[in-house]
Design a protein around this ligand. Structure first.
Ligand SMILES: Cc1cc2nc3c(=O)[nH]c(=O)nc-3n(C[C@H](O)[C@H](O)[C@H](O)COP(=O)(O)O)c2cc1C
Length: 193
């Protein structure tokens, strides 16, 4: 079984990447195939709104990492998407990924897959819950099922890169998110077999 961890931060080794990696740990331990798709080192250009994909099922934008990601989506059982909060929203990099998913929206490539969400902002109530809702809405629009952390998605307060590493409780909660997804994925698989 396979999980894809996505970080929407343009900042390498920032707080979001730390939390997404932490949430992926239980999957490594269970022997799942784990794919890290971190937008600090990938390029997804924004949708240009031509809507050609409605007719052809293909995007006219070529040469970036979206095609690779679509194949990852097709072959995965679960996803974890994390984002820094930017202006009470997800980052532009992550929003570009969401918009480019329009190419598969009618085919619901994420149908029945499980998704967890993580949002990190510097403020207490800095917009983390809005960013979590935006990720959860993406899952629901794509046919995926949302899995909670202890409650809702994982909301964290951190600023400078690596600040989050001092927060034992948030690191533990990121693991809980991963463990919850694993639990439900295995239950679903057992029912299907
Ligand atoms: C352009 C920009 C906008 C931001 N907007 C918010 C915001 O609305 N609310 C908030 O709490 N933090 C905001 N922040 C702070 C980041 O969310 C915070 O530094 C976070 O830890 C960055 O995550 P990263 O280390 O994974 O990149 C903003 C930062 C930047 C660069």
């Amino acid at each position: 079984m396979k999980v894809v961890g996505i970080s929407g931060s343009p900042r390498k080794d920032g707080n979001t990447e730390v939390l997404v990696r932490q949430a992926l740990q239980p999957f490594y331990e269970k022997g799942w195939e784990v794919s890290e798709f971190f937008l600090s080192s990938k390029t997804i250009n924004p949708c240009i709104g031509c809507e050609t994909c409605i007719e052809t099922g293909k995007c006219v934008i070529e040469g970036d990492d979206m095609e690779f990601l679509l194949r990852e989506f097709e072959h995965c059982d679960a996803l974890i998407i994390g984002t820094p909060v930017y202006y009470r929203n997800v980052t532009a990099q992550l929003k570009a990924l969401f918009d480019r998913s329009f190419v598969f929206n009618n085919r619901k490539l994420l149908a029945g897959k499980l998704g967890g969400a993580i949002a990190v902002g510097r403020g207490e109530g800095g917009g983390q819950s809005l960013a979590l809702s935006i990720i959860h809405n993406y899952y629901l629009s794509s046919g995926a099922l949302c899995v909670p952390c202890e409650i809702n998605g994982l909301s964290a307060k951190a600023d400078k890169p690596g600040d989050i590493k001092m927060q034992e409780n948030r690191l533990r909660q990121a693991r809980v998110l991963g463990e919850n997804i694993l639990k439900y994925a295995e239950l679903m698989k057992a029912k299907a077999d």
